[in-house]
Design a protein around this ligand. Sequence first.
Ligand code: SF4
Length: 411
Amino acid sequence: MGKIYGEDVQVKPAFPMARAQKKGVSGTSGKGLLLYIHVPFCKSRCHYCNFHSQAFNQVTFAWYFKLMLQEIELWGKRLKKPLLRTIYFGGGTPSLIPLHQLNQIMKALDKAFTFGSDMEVTIEANPDSATDISYFRALLTMGFNRLSLGIQSLNDMELHLMGRPHSAAMAMQSFESARKAGFGNISVDLIWGLPNQRLKAWTAQLEAVSRMRPEHISAYNLTIEPNTVMAKLCDEQEDLTLPPEQEQGRMFIYGAEYLESMGYMHYEVSNFARMGFTSAHNSGYWDGSDYLGLGPSAVSTIGRRRFTTPRYMDEYDAYVRGGLVGEDHELLTDDNLLKEMVMLSLRTSKGLDLKEYRKRAGFDLIKRQQQLITALHREHLIRINQGRLRLTKNGMLVSNVIIRRLAFDTD
Ligand code: SF4
């Protein structure tokens, strides 16, 4: 029994998790697709956010829900019921979806796609809309086996500055409820590098979060996007400034080293996991696997075809009801795919497979970029071993610059 928006919901399992039908499907990878469902609704706008989301209301949600069920059916038919490796509900705030409708989406997915036996099924939740044990039990019953909790900070002043609609106490209660309900794979999202935050405050956050013992931690560096409340606040208040560059460097390096000392593997620039708990969905994306994105503004890549779903609800309506799902696509060139391989793989601890690069590019990256590689190596920003090029922690700090140069300066 789950309770949300004051209504009691009886949840019957959407699908039996044990069932597995593995078969390759033409046009999609035999290993299975990564499926992403975009939920473009939030309770309120966080001060730093520039993602595509809108205020939740029953009327717009009902519109979205109907279209989502249709889009699922259309993609299922178009791709001939492909095998799924992962399902990921992201947003936005997926925990705003009423439970009985979430269960209907899961049932529609089960009908339209083929579920893998060991499929990772993640839902993002915010502490203000996911608090009680019964809610999390209902999620488990539906087949969700991984929770990504948007805690962001365990400091009320920082949460207030970020415009988050929850307190630290609510975040801890939400985490505890999920654990008690039986979630054995919980990821916690944090944001660091907030205005006026310093290393001491950031390490205090990490210590508090590690005591909760989540299986996975995503720690994102705040970037102040134009036209956000945070940008306005920093413009208006002279005493509100981002930590200086050197301090941000210390926060990143010490933060990562602290988490490693607590048993978390630093497997991507912003992601840390205990052994066996890396995100299969995100890892698949960084490995260049096929992914299908459903919902307004979602993007899909299947082989060389890239599909982009319209961003706004009226356009999404025309796209789904007009039968345009999976019609228009951009064809990715060898060069596009090669650059994406560099950009995605260098963010991970596995790094770039130089032999694979040579096979695809027809030239050796190290020879082609010899001067740059030597300079990066001399500055301890990269390492090359066992045929792979990886960023060091210092390199990860300036990953955007290095990756751009390695990916784009080869022409
Ligand atoms: S909950 Fe997430 S998507 Fe929604 S406004 Fe906040 S940061 Fe943006």
